[in-house]
Structure formats: structure tokens, C-alpha cells
Design a protein around this ligand. Sequence first.
Ligand code: PRX
Length: 657
Amino acid sequence: MSADHEIDNLLHEERHFAPSSEFAQNAIAQANLYEEAASDRLGFWADQAKRLHWHKPFTKTLDWSNAPFAKWFHDGELNVSYNCLDRHVEAGNGDRVAIFFEGEPGDTREITYAELTREVKKAANVLTQMGIKAGDRVAIYLPMIPEAVIAMQAVARIGAIHSVVFGGFSADSLSSRIDDAQAKLVITADGGYRKGKASALKPAVDEALAGDKCPSVQNVLVVKRTNQDVNWVEGRDVDWNMALAEASDEHEAQAFNAEHPLFILYTSGTTGKPKGILHTSGGYLTQASYTHRNVFDLHPENDIYWCTADVGWITGHSYVAYGPLANGATQVMYEGTPETPDWGRWWSIVQKYGVTILYTAPTAIRSFMKMGSSIPAQYNLSTIRVLGSVGEPINPEAWMWYRKVIGGGKAPIVDTWWQTETGAIMVSPLPGVTTLKPGSAQVPLPGISAKILDDDGNELGRGHAGLLVLTEPWPSMLRGIWGDSERFKETYWSRFEGMYFAGDGAKWDEEGDLWLLGRVDDVMNVSGHRLSTAEIESALVSHPYVAEAAVVGAKDETTGQAVVAFVILRQSQVEAAGDADHVSKALRDHVAKEIGPIAKPRTIMVVAELPKTRSGKIMRRLLRDVAEDRPIGDVTTLADTSVMDIISGKVAAGAND
Ligand code: PRX
């Protein structure tokens, strides 16, 4: 079946699920939100912002005079950490559990808001003693343990800027991110537990800082999680546990301007160099909190919320570290992988804590589907009342399975479209309001304006596929790319005058619901993680075997897309490279070292030529046809039309998984 056919089938989805009247009655979000926001968009956002505590109230909502650099609530002052912690304790909710932590080996911790506030205050004092000041950058490279949230909150509390790097990135990736942000401090751990083993993190930090690589770093703060032996650099490394034990738990949160930077988060773009996406304080927290409350229908006194994302991604920022805490939610945090010790682990956690709201990614749902419904059926999942999906389009089959098997046939599913750059959810149903349609992210949230345009910028109506743009600024929008304002303007704001270009294809269906159709640029989406073709190609050509490389994202049943690499070997290396298996292993290991295991190609194909246009541009579309095992499309613009015959012949003979 061709991709177009699949899209057409999706758009004729006829199953509709209206909210139950019981759910609708008790729902946080009501239909009038849409009208409220439409009649006075800025007034609506100002009202949402007022749900936070402002040390100095704002009087101005938006300054867009220096577009695309927005300022939201910019004469106001607040402290992000105070909003997430102290104010709940002061309101009498100090005994409410903030985090139920479940370690992979089965160890647990229950941390109340009062305890979390104390820990963050201690950590803030430690950071200050180490010389970290407002505006300084702190890199965080930690497993999914409470210290990750404590570290982020502590950095935010003193007005410093965190840059969390996912633990699955290699030493090289870590090093370039630390260097780009000129971080003064790295917060890491000896290791964390993954797949039943202690997996080390500290050695990657040591390697990232080795020699003169990151001269900006003065200290490394090390959490002891696994107690494995680690190398210790005297004078540089500091034991987190000891430092916190000695620190005072008194710390008054200072107010910072609403536009004070909160964090940088690196994400892959269309070039080889990741972009440091910059977010600021007041607008970010406003939208993270507003969306978390309305999209997940959060009733903080009763709900047990669990977002399975790692803090190394934007979802772990907005919907683990900030949104839920700003709303005084009780959340579950799990360290390990879904299959440890077996595929029932997540469901045993849902049962144990009585999880009511679960937010995860389609790739995980498809993996569980593959393992069979009999596994979740062994657990009591009846507490679940809202399900969320994020990271890539959810196919209707997975949607139906999720609702039936995990959601007891009744939990609404919110398919949430957003990006690292948007900071918070932008398009999603509202549970209790929206009639759900499997596979569609449905409509822009109240306060958000989106359009679909053709290549020339003409607005498309229902039934036409085009490019998704956001037409009005929103509070949690990125404020720039760290150190590269030109790239910020060029990447997001140059394609269509005055509008944010998201990089996604999309279509309104006949009923006015939005369907996301995947990236339209050279960004891949593997298991909901963003990877750049250019970044992996540049890793491949840095290996001595490789003369040229082209990478494409091919459709994959479980991971959504998979990385498929086509490589031309250097003539002088053909003998050393040996057979296809050897080449494949060497190159996959090399990519893991250069970028991280998440970027390893699933398949490497050694080819003699790459399909190029007369101007030398690689025609990835044709390589995608090969990788997805389809008939090859139109080759007329190729410089040499016989190349595709050679590649497809070679692939049939030498493909390896
Ligand atoms: O292509 C879209 C896809 O993920 C991209 C953003 O990736 P990242 O910045 O890593 O953030 C992921 C988590 C927010 C988008 O450009 N994407 C994300 N959510 C969805 C989605 N595609 C379709 N449906 C979604 N719900």
C-alpha cells in the first residue's frame, strides 16, 4: 500500500468516541475555554499566568515588537522553583507526595512536597557555594532518579540555566553540548540501573572533559546511585550526597524576570550540529502548567500521574520536572526499562501506585501490543482514567489497543502534538470536551493558532495536506537557539513571513481535525526521539572505512522510523573492512560512540554509488524506497539513472539487519 493510500485510509477514520457525561461533568477543561481564548487571546493567557505566584505581578502580556524574539509577561518577576515547591507547602500541602520513585532494582522512595522543597533548597545552597550564579550554565547528565528533578529545580531556583543531556548520549555528544553552552558545572551520577544492571555514567563525563576539551567546567557533582567504583578527580569532583548532607535547608527563592532564561535543551536539526533550544521562565511555566492541568484533566488531590519520558527530553522537562510540580501533582518516576524484569513491569507500577493518568509514546504502546494483551491483563489497571500519547503520530490500531487494553475501553486518549521548540503541548484533544478520533491530534488548544499552508504560503482548507505553521506567538515558545540567533530566524521564521514553521506535514480532515503526517525535512523520528540524517552521516564519514554516506528514516513497525544508512567504502579500505557483517558492526559501534546508542543505524547497506541529482544532491526519496522495499519512484532527475538498479541489486544481495 502506498503512503498516500495509508493517509487516505486514516482520514476516513469513522470511529468517534464522545466523552461520557460523567467525565465531562467533572472535567477541568470545559468547552467555553475555546471561546474565551478566541475572544481575547492575550487576556486568556494572562489569566493562565495568574495561576502562578508572581513576586512582582506583570502588567504587560506580550511584547512582539522585536519578532521573532517574544517577551511574555516581561515586567513581571517570579521564581520557577518557588512555584513548583514552596507555594504548595505554604498552602498546607507539604505532606502530599510529590514523587513516588521506583528504582529498577525495586527500591522505592516516597518524597513529599515538604521533603522535595528541603532537598531543592539544600541543593541550591550547594550550587551557590560552588560559585554558580544566575545566568551560569549547568549541564545535567543523570539517570531517571529524583536527583534529576532536584538538580533541575535547584538550578532554576538560583536563576542558573540547566542543559540536561540524555544519559543515552555518548561522551562526545556530551562534550560538544557542554562546550557549546560553556557550562561551569556538570551534575552526574556514578551510574543508574538499566536492564537489570548498573550502567555507568561518570566515565562518559570524565571522557567528555578529558584533556582540554571543556575548559569552562570547574566542578563535577556526583550523585551516588549504584555505588560502583568511579574515577575521582580531586579538586574537581564533589560528592553530591555528602555536600547535601552538610548544606543548610534554608533558602529563600529570589525573584527573576519572567524572561530570565530557564534552560537550554539540545535537539537535532537538519544540519550536523544540534541546536540549543532556549526557554525562559514565566511563559514556559504558564503553558507547561496550563496544558498539564487541562490536557490531562489533573485533579491534584486525587490523581496519580505518570509520564514515562526521561528528563533528557523536552517531555521530561515540561511534564515531569515542571508542569506536574507547578500544579502540585503526585507523580510516579521510574528509573528503568519497560521489560525489566519482564514486560509486566509498567503495569505492576500502575497497579502498585494506582496510577490514574499515564503519558507515554506510541513506540512503547506498539512494543506492548507485540508482547500481547495477556501481560497487562494480569494487573489491575482499573484506576486509569486518562491516557496520553506523544512523540509521533499514533496509528489507529495502537490507539484502539491502548484504549481497550490499558484504558479499560473507556479512558480518553489525548494525542498531544508539540516539539522541543514549542515547550509545551500545542495540539491535542481536551478530555471531557473533545469527541475523540483514533490517530488524530485533533485541534489546537485554546490560545494556540495553527494553519496549514502549501509551498507558496497559501492557506489550505479541509482535505488538503500541507505544511503546519503556528500563526501567533505562544507563551512557552522557544526564545532562540543558544548562541545563534541567525539560525533561529532562518530555521523557523524564514519559510513563511511572520509565522513559525514547525517542519511537520499535516492535513485538516473534512471535520476540521488535524492529522500529523511526519517531518518534511531531514529529521527522523525513531521511537519518538529526534535524530538528524546529517548528524549520523557526519558520524559515519568520520570512520576511516567510509568515503560517503547517506542516511534515511525508513518505516518501522515498532519504532515508527528506523535509521537506514547507505555507505560507500573507501577504495583503500575495502580489504580491511571485510564482509558486510563486519562493516556493519564497526560502523554501528562508531555511531554509538560518536552520538549515542540511540542513533545506531538499524541497517547499513554497502553500495557502490549513491543516487544524486545533476547538482550533486542525494535523492533520499529513492533511498527510502529501497529501505522500505518499495518499487523505486521517478528517477528522471538522477545524474545517472542506472545507479538505482545497481543499488537495489546490491541491497537484495547484501542487506543486513
Ligand atoms: O514530528 C513531530 C513529532 O515529534 C517532533 C518533535 O520532536 P521533539 O522536539 O523531540 O519533541 C517530542 C516530544 C514533544 C514533531 O515535529 N511529534 C511529536 N508529537 C507528535 C508528533 N507527531 C505526531 N503526533 C504527535 N502527537
